[in-house]
Design a protein. Sequence first.
Length: 106
Amino acid sequence: MLQRSGSGVKLKSYFTLTASSPMPTTNTAQRPELPDHLSVDPRSPHHVAAIFEHDIGITLNDKERDDVSEYCISEGWVRVPAGKTVDRKGQPLLIKLKGSVQAFYR
């Protein structure tokens, strides 16, 4: 999700909780199952809004990443923003990193 503040554009990841949002008090039985392919972008067909109500963690090659915008477990890749670079519509440019991907609830 992009937050526009003044002249700058800041990327906010849905895969981490912000300091101002409270920790969810839900039970593991109430959490939806994590899909094989998930995207942060609400325009994507792989976006599932119910999952983003919970805190999600993503690991790539056994290292936890907090800047993931999209992932696919079966194909073994994640998409992360390429620095502060944005396209002409203000969306961040994403690069695909390949490796062992795991998704989990925190």
